[in-house]
Design a protein around this ligand. Structure first.
Ligand code: URA
Ligand code: CA
Length: 437
């Protein structure tokens, strides 16, 4: 099989066989197929697309390109969640303890973040003492006893995706549905998921700008799951404004704690309950979505959710008192600087991406892999879409230590708020749920 023939076949709009896709991915991973041929192939896929069968074969080939995490020592169905990425998205911190308390084991390998805030691990490390250095056996033991554990990424997972994603980034071939869908799904499957709940975001702060695009991506991913024997459900949710109020590491941990106590922002609570209920269904702990949702609400009300979070933090070296009294134990910034409204009206939009950028400018996120992050800093929104504001009202507060970029951040936040004379029509946070492709 020659790479040039496979490229030509795709260029001409024909479907590739499993063997052809396997040969291409294997050759690329091991270096016998060079970047220039893979680039040409990716561009052919960009224009010609892939059938569901080809997309599933590509996913499978990428999973097989590296290690696969074996979670079989953990009892129960391992349901993983994946979000296509938003600003101030604290759902992972809320969902972990929430579904674990309901009996769905959460064995999470997570990364550090690049961009507006840190990743899940960075956020958790704002809790004094918390660490992610567990051996494999300790990790399994922690999940079996607390229901939940989070460790750093180890092993050589989906090297084909790593190489191909980097290549797509510089060849204008990122925006291809089958390539995005297979990239995401291959990583989840290699990380050991038996079933997957996908949170596909749309809106100004998301990768997919419209509901239609998000739905197409969601269907493609749910299809892959079906084809490779991993039940998957996708929730399409709005990223027309940041989720919750907090954007920043310790700030988001505080928000997650409040949410687990039943005192969180309504959008973050709603999305967490929605995603969590689907995780319970896939994990065999609820017979229906409604039953799952009721169960989770009861778990929050009874205090089991926050209790599970505390046990998890303690099991990984963290100080459990920090969960009871976050204001006393979590890092906080020296200064809180208000951003005020220039005019009166209703908030009609908040550009999520810009708010994320402002948080990064004051040190909440990494601009490059080498930057260090300040756990204490970030942005807290006081007004959200639909809220009435008067001139001079506080729109948001910037929590800051190093004031070097404060004025820049203030400007970005002020510009990210759109104020209009009329109250905007309220939009549902959840646009759609895709259970079958
Ligand atoms: N995220 C991924 O992991 N892969 C893509 O191709 C796009 C977004
Ligand atoms: Ca948030």
């Amino acid at each position: 099989m020659r790479a040039v023939d496979i490229i030509q076949k795709k260029r001409d709009g024909r479907s590739l066989s499993d063997a052809e896709i396997g040969c291409l991915i294997n050759g690329y991973t091991h270096g016998s197929i060079p970047d220039y041929q893979m680039s040409a192939w990716a561009m052919a896929v960009f224009f010609r697309g892939m059938t569901p069968e080809e997309t599933a074969a590509l996913t499978d080939a990428m999973v097989k390109s590296g290690d696969k995490i074996d979670l079989s020592a953990i009892k129960g169905i391992k349901v993983d969640k994946h979000s296509t990425g938003g600003v101030g998205d604290t759902t992972t911190l809320v969902l972990g303890p929430l579904v674990a308390a309901a009996g769905v084991p959460v064995a999470k390998m997570s990364g550090r973040g690049l961009g507006h805030t840190g990743g899940t691990i960075d956020k958790l490390e704002s809790i004094p003492g918390f660490h992610i250095e567990l051996t494999r056996d300790q990790f399994i033991e922690a999940v079996n006893s607390c229901g939940l554990s989070v460790i750093g990424q180890s092993g050589n997972l989906t090297p084909a995706d790593k190489k191909l994603y980097a290549l797509r980034d510089v060849t204008a071939t990122v925006d291809s549905l089958p390539l995005i869908a297979s990239s995401i799904m291959s990583k989840k499957i290699a990380a050991g998921a038996d079933a997957i709940v996908l949170d596909v975001k749309y809106g100004s702060g998301a990768f997919m700008k419209t509901v239609e695009d998000a739905e197409n991506l969601a269907r493609t991913m749910v299809n892959i799951g079906q084809a490779v024997g991993r039940k998957s459900i996708a929730v399409i949710s709005s990223m027309e404004q940041p989720l919750g109020f907090a954007v920043g590491n310790a700030l988001e941990v505080k928000e997650a704690i409040a949410t687990l106590r039943g005192e969180g922002p309504s959008d973050l609570t709603d999305l967490s309950l929605t995603l969590g209920a689907h995780m319970l269904v896939l994990g065999g702990k609820a017979g229906s979505y409604e039953e799952g949702r009721n169960k989770l609400e009861a778990i929050i009300q009874s205090g089991e959710a926050i209790h599970t979070f505390k046990r998890f933090i303690e099991a990984q070296g963290g100080n459990p008192e920090a969960i009871d009294r976050p204001d006393d134990f979590l890092p906080s910034a020296e200064r809180i600087e208000r951003v005020t409204a220039d005019s009166a009206g209703y908030v009609s939009a908040i550009e999520a991406e810009s708010v994320g950028l402002a948080a990064m400018h004051v040190g909440a996120g990494r601009e490059t892999k080498e930057s260090s992050i300040d756990m204490a800093v970030g942005v807290v929104l006081y007004k959200k879409v639909g809220d009435r504001v008067e001139k001079g009202d506080t729109l948001a507060a910037i929590h800051v230590n190093n004031t070097e970029n404060l004025e820049e951040a203030r400007k970005i936040i002020r510009n990210s708020y759109h104020i209009s004379p009329n109250q905007p029509i309220s939009q549902n946070l959840i646009a759609k749920v895709i259970e079958k492709a």
